[in-house]
Write a protein that binds this ligand. Structure first.
Ligand code: HEC
Length: 255
């Protein structure tokens, strides 16, 4: 009897392990394989794209999605100067305090503030969005398999549901979302944003720009990390060469 229970338990574990990833992936197709300027060993962020992406985030996404880990002063990395960052921060209202009377109060944002969240808590966020809280986007490109490619595909992946596919109430059909029914209404429409630099705001353009901005938010130090990596490689190559020359010199006396 014990043996049978053990075997059953093992079988259940195996089945669970097999079903887990398959169910998590749903029947969504692989995301579009897009090439990104910050990809690869020498890749760096495209500052103009990051600024456009921030514009898309500000005018479209921030009403629903927080970006908790980003303080306004971090935006200097996108190429804004200190004055511009000050002006951006001042567009937001943040809660500060308590003051001398023990009261919390509101004031315009300062560069050292983090970006305020759109909802006071997850329950409020879920209640306002058909039961699904919009996730914080600070680390979203790291939190999903295929990172940038997935986020981009999701944003351009809204389409008519195929005939016979039942889209549940409050849901929208998206080709790339696991299970295809997402609680996020299609956020991007052509010309939905007027870019400061005059770029034409097609859905693909906005999706690519905001995705690059989110990739930066998730890894602001990517360029420094790659530079350090390259320096270390260079050092190792030079050190290996020196050691080899040294070894030959020492052994030449013995042969
Ligand atoms: C009207 C509110 C709303 C707006 C505007 C909005 N989203 Fe969402 N978003 C949601 C909700 C709700 C979810 C959770 C969907 C779910 O789990 O079904 C979500 C989920 C997501 C996800 C995660 C998908 C996943 O795999 O779990 C990403 C990425 C995302 N949104 C990106 C964006 C971007 C980028 C923008 C701006 C271009 C944006 N959203 C604008 C409400 C919104």
């Amino acid at each position: 009897m014990r043996k049978i229970t053990h075997r059953l338990a093992a079988l259940a574990l195996l089945l669970g392990a097999a079903a887990g990833p398959a169910m998590a992936a749903g029947d969504a197709p692989a995301p579009i394989d897009k090439s990104w300027p910050h990809e690869g060993m020498f890749g760096t962020y495209d500052r103009a794209a990051l600024q456009r992406g921030f514009q898309v985030y500000q005018s479209v996404c921030q009403g629903c999605h927080g970006l908790d880990y980003i303080a306004f002063r971090n935006l200097e990395a996108l190429g804004y100067d200190a004055e511009e960052v000050k002006a951006i921060a001042a567009q937001y209202t943040v809660v500060d305090g308590p003051d001398d009377q023990g009261e919390m109060f509101e004031r315009p944002g300062r560069p050292s503030d983090r970006k305020p969240a759109p909802y006071p808590n997850d329950a409020a966020a879920a209640a306002a969005n058909g039961g699904k809280a919009p996730p914080d986007l600070s680390l979203i490109t790291k939190a999903r398999v295929s990172g940038e490619d997935y986020v981009y595909s999701l944003l351009v992946g809204y389409e008519e549901a195929p005939a016979g596919f039942e889209v549940s109430e409050g849901g929208y059909y998206n080709k790339y979302f696991p299970g295809h029914v997402i609680a996020m209404p299609p956020p991007l429409y052509p010309e939905g944003v007027t870019y400061d630099d005059g770029t034409t705001a097609s859905v693909e353009q906005m999706a690519a720009d905001v995705t690059q901005f989110l990739a930066w938010a998730a890894e602001p130090k990517l360029e420094a990390r790659k530079q350090t990596g390259l320096k270390v490689m260079l050092f190792l190559i030079v050190a290996a060469g020196l050691l080899y020359a040294y070894k030959r010199r020492i052994w030449s006396r013995i042969h």
